[in-house]
Structure formats: C-alpha cells, structure tokens
Design a protein around this ligand. Sequence first.
Ligand code: SF4
Length: 190
Amino acid sequence: MGDLPYSEEEFMNSKKEMDMLVANSRADKKIQPNALFANLGEVTRALSSGTVTWARKSSLWPLQFGLACCAMELMDFGSARIDAERNGYLMFRATPRQCDVMIIAGWVTKAVIPEIKRLYEQMSEPRHVIAYGECATCGGPWFESYNIIKGIDQVLPVDVYVAGCPPKPENLFGAMMKLNKKVGGDIEED
Ligand code: SF4
C-alpha cells in the first residue's frame, strides 16, 4: 500500500476502519464527523435485529460494475421495462463501501481477480455476490481458456447464480428477489 497512513488491513475492511475511528475519537475525547457516523452505526446495530434485517433486505444496493457483454443486460435491468427500482434494487453505487451486492456480469480473467477481490473486501458486511450469466458461473464459452477462470465461485462466495448467455434481466430481478429472501432469513443458507 506504499506510504499510506493506514495499514492495508484497515484500508480493505471498512468496519475495522470505522471501529478505529470511534476508538481514536473516544481516546481524544473529540467527536470527529466520521466517528459520529460510525457511532450512529453502532446505535443502528443495537436496534432490534428484525428492524435491521428488514432494512437490509429492503435496500439491496448493487455495485456499479460490469466485466463484459453481460453488463449490457445489467443496464437493461435498470430500464423502465424491468423497473427494478420498484423493489429497491436500483441504487447502483459507484463506491463499494455503500453497496450490499456485487453482480459479476461477464467473464473473469485471472488478471482482474485482484481488483475484484479488492472491491469485494471494501464492501460493507454483510455483502453478497450474484454470478450473472454463464461466464461468471462456469467460464461460459471460454471454459477452456488459459486466462479466464471457471466461475467466480473460485474466488468469492456466491449467493445466487443466474443462468443464460446472455442471461435475461428478468432473471436478475428473480435472483435479487431470491437474495432478498435469503437476507430476510426466509431461505436457508447452503
Ligand atoms: S455469459 Fe454470454 S453474454 Fe454474458 S459475458 Fe459471457 S459470453 Fe457474454
């Protein structure tokens, strides 16, 4: 991480970074703005688990991120035809720290794995992964390629798989509904 004033571990884990801010703030007896938000986060965590779970499952925000042609279908997911916003799925965020869901849309080359891992680690917990399409699930047409991995599950834990090449955006809507139920505790984890 070069000469950054924090360790790589702190940089990669937003919760640890927030906890550090709170601890430093208390030690100095000064409330910094960021630490204030972190303290509010503690209050939120202290609320009943039912309220927190309801909020989490009702606002699954995906990371604004695509790898190959499946990302075109991802754009359609945001169109008026699918209207993903009606279920609270469409707050695509450009920063991983505000996201709950990473949608792997496209083939995953070995070269891009470190960047995907970094984005994943920067997402707040609990975080989820959807393998969107054949390439993300098993390598797709490049199953035997020397530089494309046979599915993102070799790198990250996957919550829901979506079949198709290209997969339909309607099926992504269905995958988000499934994830919605999983986060709400209505589906058992595998
Ligand atoms: S699954 Fe098909 S549409 Fe999607 S990235 Fe692979 S080749 Fe492209």
